[in-house]
Design a protein around this ligand. Structure first.
Ligand code: ADP
Ligand code: ASP
Ligand code: MG
Length: 410
């Protein structure tokens, strides 16, 4: 019999009826003899509702109080799920992150897990109880409540599975697995039976929010068997695995990720001297603004144009900082565009195939889509385009790389 960590996301626990359905599912696993630790998210929409309440009080709520507030969403669902299990004569106990000693650093709203004391959970499991743990939250050394960033319940589940050396970490959600691209955008997207940790990591960090990036990172590091499945339908879902040498031929592209959260800034006519990139980006990073893609071009007049992307929420602040830097650097002008999107193709098969970029650019050019920025790594190519062409671009690439045809799985 197996030890399973099962995580149920916001939609899966979005109403009391759905919580009862989750309890039904878990009690079936218990009847089969499995030990189960459950991690739950807040009911869908609840975390957003709490954030909006805080923002009605102040523009930039203090992170410590924010964590006290948003962690309440998960406390509601653990209690309700434990009750629904008890009603089915399935013994269960609910715990907050602090109660099961999920120890994190003190980086409020984006804390990292340092340590988990799995003793208490083991005692409950030995006594035949289902352990229901609040996702997304922990406690720092001073006893402050912390949270792990949006989508963080996935990371709680993987971390518990690693600490307990569970046989499998199962992420139950509102789709029946990981698809070649977001099935809500492309109808012909196909479910993958398997995807490698490395590809899933790229997909997540390039915008596929089906799994939190840190959860995939953690699972890869501790080799936690991870599976994404539907809360509502039966099926094997998608297994996230190590690269499998036995697969005869890897598809070149396994998936397409996209992201509408970025904005682009350009400072042009910067004198081309050593240290100018540093003088542009240092004040941005000092303001805690993360930079993603960077492109620099030197023109014939020995002046450079420097373009980079930031999160859309940071666009206005970054532009103000850049305008100040432009005056100091005697640059020509600063411009920006917040209506952009990033589209990326991902696949371990790219390592051994030439011409992937050409095929990508051709597919976009055939649709008349202009590429504004490009960046590549060993297993991905990303382009920045106008946001209005995003869906068209994803569909065009999905069919150019034949992702709608069966047999493309890793
Ligand atoms: P949960 O609340 O269960 O954590 P999320 O909304 O965080 O669920 O994640 C599931 C959603 O991820 C799906 O509804 C789907 O729209 C989206 N998604 C984005 N990219 C993909 C992909 N490649 N495969 C499957 N789902 C994806
Ligand atoms: N409730 C949190 C969020 O909405 C964490 C999660 O659902 O994973 O981001
Ligand atoms: Mg999620």
């Amino acid at each position: 019999m197996a030890l399973l960590v099962q995580k149920f996301g916001g939609t899966s626990v979005g109403s009391t009826d759905r919580i009862e359905a989750v309890a039904e599912k878990i009690s079936r696993f218990r009847k089969e003899g499995h030990d189960v630790v459950v991690v739950v998210s807040a009911m869908s929409g609840e975390t957003n509702r709490l954030i909006a309440l805080a923002e009605a009080i102040m523009d930039e709520p203090t992170p410590r109080e924010m964590d006290v507030l948003v962690s309440t969403g998960e406390q509601v669902t653990i209690a309700l799920l434990a009750m629904a299990l008890q009603k089915r004569n399935c013994e269960a106990r609910s715990y907050t992150g602090a109660q099961v000693r999920i120890l994190t650093d003190s980086a409020h709203t984006k804390a990292r897990i340092r340590q988990i004391d799995e003793q208490r959970m083991r005692e409950d499991l030995t006594a035949g109880r289902v352990v229901v743990v609040a996702g997304f939250q922990g406690m720092d050394e001073q006893g402050n409540i912390t949270t792990l960033g949006r989508g963080g319940s996935d990371t709680t589940a993987v971390a518990l599975a690693a600490a307990l050396k569970a046989d499998e970490c199962q992420i139950y959600t509102d789709v029946d697995g990981v698809y070649t691209t977001d099935p809500r955008v492309v109808d012909s997207a196909r479910r993958l039976d398997r995807i490698t940790f490395e590809e899933m990591m790229e997909m997540a960090s390039l915008g596929s929010k089906v799994l939190q990036i840190r959860a995939v990172e953690f699972a890869g590091k501790y080799n936690v068997p991870l599976r994404v499945l539907s809360s509502f339908e039966e099926g094997g879902g998608t297994l996230i695995t190590l690269e499998d040498d036995n697969v005869m031929e890897q598809p070149v592209v396994s998936g397409i990720a996209f992201n509408r959260d970025e904005a682009k800034l350009t400072i042009s006519g910067v004198p081309d001297t050593p240290g100018s990139a540093l003088r542009i980006l240092k004040p941005i990073s000092n303001a805690n603004i993360e930079v993603d893609m960077i492109v620099q071009n030197v023109g014939a007049d020995n002046r450079t144009d420097f373009t980079f992307t930031v999160h859309r929420n940071d666009f206005r602040r970054a532009k103000e900082i850049l305008e100040r830097a432009a005056t100091e650097l005697k640059a020509r002008e600063v411009s920006g565009d917040s209506k952009i999107a990033k589209v990326s193709i991902v696949g371990v098969g790219m390592r051994s195939h030439a011409g992937v970029a050409t095929k990508m650019f051709e597919a976009l050019s055939d649709e008349g889509i202009n590429i504004k920025m490009i960046s590549t790594s060993e297993i991905k190519i990303s382009v920045v385009i106008d946001e209005k062409y995003l869906e068209l671009a994803v569909r065009a690439l999905h069919s150019a790389f034949e992702l709608d045809k069966p047999g493309g799985e890793v």
